[in-house]
Design a protein around this ligand. Structure first.
Ligand SMILES: *Cc1c(COP(=O)(O)O)cnc(C)c1O
Length: 412
């Protein structure tokens, strides 16, 4: 049925027991702990099947109908399906589904619209900007002149007045909106207005909320942004990878920025799996999933606040929560380690105020498992219990194992 089935079917175990054991142990880890990392999810068995398919063997440089290799008939059909489904799902004139990752998609968006040395306005990294939004350790910070806007230290909300002022003062060639840690909806219309005032492109890096957009549970950046970048593996629940959406006016520039400018051969098994995921995301079941993801995040945020954590912005509109555990006597980094020992896997993150680190959680994966608000409330209690008293760890670990066992991510 799936790759894991193939492992059990002994193919891999017989040939390479060492690696098979690693994969089985990882499956056990994923199904006995809680995946609260906001960027993670469980893809369906159908997506895993496409990833493990013979399209993994195929070279397909170029685009459907104009490839550099022979034998691309099936690859062309698979990619056309992925493109058409993405365009329909998000209401975009053009989709490019070849980006190997979210970061590659952002690189290609910059390559399509900018020249090295251009000024770009994006959310600063201490406030939740991604590496590709101007980190000095990343190509973006090296090749472009990034100016960072922030969030309000009190409310945690994007300071749109500051965005406008910085845009007026720096006249950027592009404005980027999107974050790895922003729990609220982004006002794309307002960003469009600011970009228009200074004649800048608007790039939405919607890697996190794009799955919610697909399910109608978050606003769609496509009508507002010149280029939308996204990942396919976060709430969208597809294979690891990226995609780019844009109007037909920019289609050719975007396509050429992906291939041949920043990438070589397309990963056709991943593109096939993207097509499967887009098909799934167009169903009523996915719509219900996306709304449940948000309901669960709200329940989890409320539970954490009730336990004394300081939830950034006071709650969430999305799948994502950031919170300061300081009132419980730990910072985010210690919290991550302690919670991992109790089987609750999450990230630490920067917080809008001060230097202390907080925790970042998401409900994409646990919602795929079928958990609801009742389970979220209990998870908040377990989490806070472990942070308050380290001696609670073993007891919490047992309850986490029991909870995860009741909601298996894959059929046994
Ligand atoms: C996840 C994410 C990315 C990068 O995706 P990768 O697939 O890890 O390269 C880029 N931008 C934002 C806003 C993200 O959340």
């Amino acid at each position: 049925m799936t790759v894991t089935h193939a492992i059990e079917a002994d193919i891999l175990r017989r040939q390479d027991p060492q690696l098979a054991d690693v994969l089985l142990a990882e499956r056990a880890r994923q199904s006995t702990t809680l995946q609260l990392i906001a960027a993670e999810n469980f893809t369906s068995p159908a997506v895993l099947a496409a990833l493990g398919s013979p399209l993994a063997n195929k070279y397909a440089e170029g685009y459907p109908g104009s490839r550099y290799h022979g034998g691309c008939e099936m690859a062309d059909i698979a990619e056309r399906l992925a493109v058409e489904r993405a365009e329909l799902l998000f209401g975009a004139e053009h989709a490019n589904v070849q980006s190997h990752s979210g970061s590659s998609a952002v690189l290609a968006a910059y390559a399509a619209l900018l020249r090295p040395g251009d000024t770009v306005l994006a959310l600063g990294l201490p406030y939740g900007g991604h590496l590709t939004h101007g980190s000095p350790a990343n190509f973006s910070g090296r090749w472009f002149d990034f100016v960072g806007y922030g969030v309000d230290a009190e409310t945690g909300l994007i300071d749109y007045d500051q965005v406008r002022t910085l845009a007026r003062n720096h006249r950027p060639k592009a404005v980027v909106c999107g974050s790895i840690a922003y729990p609220r909806h982004i006002d794309y219309a307002l960003f469009r207005d600011i970009a228009d005032e200074v004649g800048a492109y608007l790039i939405a890096d919607a890697a996190h909320p794009m799955g919610l957009v697909a399910g109608g549970a978050a606003p769609n950046p496509v009508p507002y942004a010149d280029v939308v970048c996204a990942t396919t593996h976060k709430v969208l629940r597809g294979p690891r990878g990226g995609m780019i959406l844009c109007g037909s006016d920019l289609a050719e520039r975007v396509d050429r920025a992906v291939f041949p400018f920043t990438q070589g051969g397309a990963q056709m098994h991943t593109i096939a799996a993207k097509a499967v995921a887009f098909g799934e995301a167009a169903t009523p079941a996915f719509k219900a999933y996306a709304h449940q993801v948000v309901a669960n995040a709200r329940a989890l945020a409320a539970g954490l606040a009730a336990e004394g954590l300081v939830v950034t912005t006071g709650g969430t509109d999305t799948h994502l929560i950031t919170a300061d555990p300081a009132p419980l006597g730990v910072d985010g980094r210690d919290a991550r380690g302690r919670l991992a020992a109790a089987g609750m896997v999450l990230d630490c993150c920067a917080l809008p105020h001060g230097d202390a680190r907080g925790v970042r959680l998401g409900t994409g994966a646990v919602t795929t498992q079928g958990m609801g608000e009742t389970e979220m409330a209990r998870i908040a209690q377990l989490l806070a219990g472990v942070l308050r008293e380290e001696t609670e760890t073993q007891k919490a670990r047992e309850e986490v194992r029991e909870l995860a066992g009741r909601f298996p991510p894959y059929p046994a």
